[in-house]
Design a protein around this ligand. Structure first.
Ligand SMILES: *Cc1c(COP(=O)(O)O)cnc(C)c1O
Length: 382
């Protein structure tokens, strides 16, 4: 029997131990040391952003966004229902109301045309999630933001290395959040970054991250002692995590190039499934690029999904579904609203399956996965 192909598998690039050993030798393991700075400067240079702050997760970066916005109880934030819970929790933790909007069926991103009707006098912000590393039409979202006085934010958890209209993902709004969770392209176990594109947020973000103190100004010699001056939290990863991450960041292009190759192999190898009503993810439009974060299929009918997953598992290929829509989940019903419903989210979320995509897959594995997918769907008479 062929070996089992897992859906995801964290892959070290080889330099991590060397950097971790060095971090330990530097005798400072708490955050904001040598490797934190190296990661932050790397991200700033790569993104062309005025400030990137390493955090212990993308979830922490999303939560920091709404502290920086001073989101008040009852304030509304528009976001897709088809996303991870952290996007909505960040709003709910401040007493805000997540307002769920349906997705565009081709990109599975927020449908820009449906944002306007969800705006009320309480709407403060819109969060554009970059599903599968694909950046939505940020120009249209930003134009809406300007017209209605809303802050535009990006959940760029999945999109490091993608580009949109020539600029890196995560740089098309005031603030964006990136993830380095084990399941993403560039990893550090648990880590994330807050990318600050609008400079007016930088000073307060430094205070927020320093547990509400002006420690940063103190270290920079701008004040003679540091004190508690605002709300804050503990958001930094340790230097051990930052050292691991730095090794990964330096290999970002190689990691993404291999993932893009896998993505293209699946796309080419599974073309013929479209005749059977199976949806493939679209290629990037215009000069946009994708980072090969994930590859999904949209099955013709929701009822087929559990059988598809089981039959693939029988062939030792681990596939999986993705988000359970937030608007109709117990916490979504309790904390949020979906003024126009999210019928496409419900439909697509129920039919979506993801194929394995990670750096340990060989070209032979890809052939096996493509053949398994085609034959399972044939056996099922898709
Ligand atoms: C992974 C992910 C997150 C959470 O990232 P963590 O670093 O695990 O906190 C948030 N939003 C989206 C869209 C994600 O894919």
């Amino acid at each position: 029997m062929s070996h089992r192909l897992p859906f995801t598998s964290p892959l070290p690039v080889g330099t991590e131990m060397e950097f971790i050993t060095d971090a330990i030798a530097r005798q400072k393991l708490s955050g904001d040391g040598h490797y934190t700075a190296l990661c932050e400067r790397w991200l700033e240079a790569r993104l062309g952003a005025p400030r990137a702050m390493l955090m212990h997760s993308c979830t922490a970066a999303l939560e920091a966004m709404f502290l920086l916005l001073d989101l008040q109880p009852g304030d509304e934030v528009i976001l897709p229902s088809f996303t991870f819970t952290s996007t909505a929790n960040a709003v709910v933790l401040r007493g805000g109301v997540p307002v769920f909007v349906d997705i565009d069926p081709t990109t599975l991103n927020l449908d820009v045309g449906k944002i306007e009707s969800a705006i009320t006098s309480k709407t403060r912000a819109v969060i554009a999630v970059h599903y599968a590393g694909r950046v939505p039409d940020m120009e249209a979202i930003n134009a809406l933001g300007r017209r209605h006085g809303l802050v535009v934010l990006e959940d760029a958890a999945q999109s490091l290395g993608s580009t949109h209209r020539g600029a890196p993902a995560g740089t098309h709004s005031a603030l964006s959040a990136i993830s380095f969770h084990d399941t993403k392209n560039v990893i550090a176990g648990e880590a994330g970054a807050l990318v600050i594109n609008d400079k007016t947020y930088i000073e307060r973000a430094e205070i927020l991250r320093e547990k509400g103190t002006n420690r940063r100004a103190f270290l920079d010699g701008l004040t003679d002692k540091y004190t508690w001056i605002d709300v804050g939290s503990s958001l930094l990863p340790s230097e051990i995590t930052a050292a691991f991450l730095y090794g990964q960041l330096l290999e970002t292009d190689g990691i993404n190039a291999r993932r893009r190759q896998i993505w293209q192999s699946y796309h080419a190898g599974l073309q013929r499934l479209q005749d059977k009503g199976v949806g493939l993810p679209p290629q990037a439009v215009g000069n946009d690029t994708l980072n090969g974060h994930l590859f999904h299929l949209i099955l013709p009918r929701a009822q087929m999904r559990s059988e598809f997953l089981r039959r693939m598992a029988d062939k030792n290929v681990q596939c999986t579904f993705h988000y359970v829509p937030l608007h109709s989940a117990p916490a979504g019903l309790r904390f949020g609203r979906a003024p126009d419903g999210c019928p496409l989210t419900e439909d697509f979320a129920a039919r979506l399956v993801r194929l394995p995509l990670h750096g340990r897959l060989t070209d032979d594995d890809l052939v096996r996965i493509i053949n398994a997918t085609v034959s399972v769907l044939e056996e099922m008479n898709a």
